[in-house]
Design a protein around this ligand. Structure first.
Ligand code: ZN
Length: 377
């Protein structure tokens, strides 16, 4: 399968922009982890699954030997400059479409268009719901918030490929599935307005308003992504099990609105179950792939135990470093090839089936779910 997989085009349904400025070693190492960067006790973040991926997979792309030393790698990176490094990292990935979450540190990262321009791919925006609410709350009133938010999201949805909620980071995924009334939204917006600290940027953590954002995105037809499971140190992982979303998934079933469960690790088997029982649920293990490196293949295979092959998506979840795109594309292909080869070896599916499944997971599931082939995308 590996030759088929080598040529497979990929739609990256969840990713972020990259940093264009030069990075010194602490800054680079800070982007190799979901943690806060290198500290005094663990040593270098190059001694991680992701750090090994940089030296194994990315060093040759900078004309260095595989497993080149860290200092040599960073020196060569600085010599080539961030844009040339990005071109080299992205050009071999086979990614045709980048669906970029623009809601986190947009001022420091490339826009969807700038990212896609490195390789002539297509860039699409995914609108982060909480970020839109945080911009609006400072220019609206409690009574006007619901209408202002509806109109802003309707406007954004004309060009964006979908929405994303980070409810997991703010209140956890144990969400009341009920749609809040406009009166409830106005009261909650009033409480939020009163509690705003003029010295700090607004951060939405109100359950009523978060449910309102979710239902507004659903009314607009989605697709709607949720952060699930593994993430940075802001997340309380015990509140991020996708099974907590079951009531909301029940409430949104049958509406023809795709819901994407992102990341999922270490709950990816539960996410696979949800994808099996709900036709509108799509799943990935993107962030996990580069963070688990040499162990990523079995994790992808675990997702593919229960999840219908028509529900699984590719995501690099690259953030900041172009290297992550390169690493993810390589190990995703490797993991998927191993999984499909195993089924062929067991005579459980044919080579033709395996090729078809690879195309679904790499490209066509995402094109269908995000309606990428419709003219307004
Ligand atoms: Zn992400």
């Amino acid at each position: 399968m590996s030759t088929v997989l080598d040529g497979l085009e990929l739609v990256d349904h969840h990713c972020h922009g990259i940093v264009r400025t030069e990075l010194d070693r602490p800054a680079f190492e800070g982007l190799l982890t979901e943690g806060d960067g290198p500290g005094p006790l663990h040593g270098s973040h190059f001694d991680t699954q992701m750090g090994m991926g940089v030296r194994a997979i990315c060093a040759p792309l900078l004309d260095l030997p595989r497993f080149a030393g860290v200092d040599d790698y960073l020196a060569r990176r600085a010599e080539l400059g961030a844009d040339e490094v990005a071109r080299r990292m992205l050009s071999g990935t086979g990614i045709t479409d980048y669906l970029v979450d623009t809601g986190f540190r947009p001022d420091q990262l490339t826009s969807p268009t700038a990212l896609a321009a490195y390789t002539g791919a297509a860039g699409h925006e995914i609108v982060r719901l909480e970020a839109v609410a945080e911009q609006l709350i400072v220019t609206t009133t409690a009574q006007g918030f619901a209408a202002a938010l509806r109109s802003e999201l309707a406007e954004r949805s004309t060009t964006a490929a979908g929405f994303k909620s980070v409810a997991a980071y703010r209140i956890g995924l144990d969400l009341d599935p009920q749609r809040p009334t406009d009166d409830e939204v106005a009261s909650a917006a009033g409480r939020w307005l009163e509690s705003l600290d003029p010295a700090a940027p607004p951060s939405l953590a109100d359950p009523t308003l978060i449910r309102f954002l979710i239902w507004t995105a659903v009314d607009l037809g989605g697709p709607l992504q949720f952060h699930v499971g593994y993430g940075d140190s802001d997340v309380d992982m015990h509140r991020c099990d996708p099974l907590l979303l079951t009531p909301l998934l029940r409430a949104t079933a049958g509406l023809n609105v795709p819901v994407m469960l992102l990341h999922n690790y270490p709950f990816h088997r539960s996410a696979g179950y949800l994808a099996q029982v709900f036709d509108h649920v799509f799943v990935d293990v993107g962030l996990t792939m580069h963070n688990t490196g040499s162990r990523s293949g079995p994790i992808l295979a675990e997702l593919l135990e229960l999840a219908p092959f028509g529900s699984v998506l590719f995501s690099s979840d690259a953030f900041g470093l172009a290297e992550i795109y390169a690493i993810n594309a390589v190990i995703f292909r490797r993991g998927l090839a191993a999984f499909l080869d195993d089924g062929i070896a067991q005579d459980y599916w044919s080579s033709a089936d395996a090729e078809r499944i690879a195309l679904m997971i790499g490209t066509t599931n995402a094109r269908r779910a995000y309606r990428l082939d419709q003219p307004d995308r």
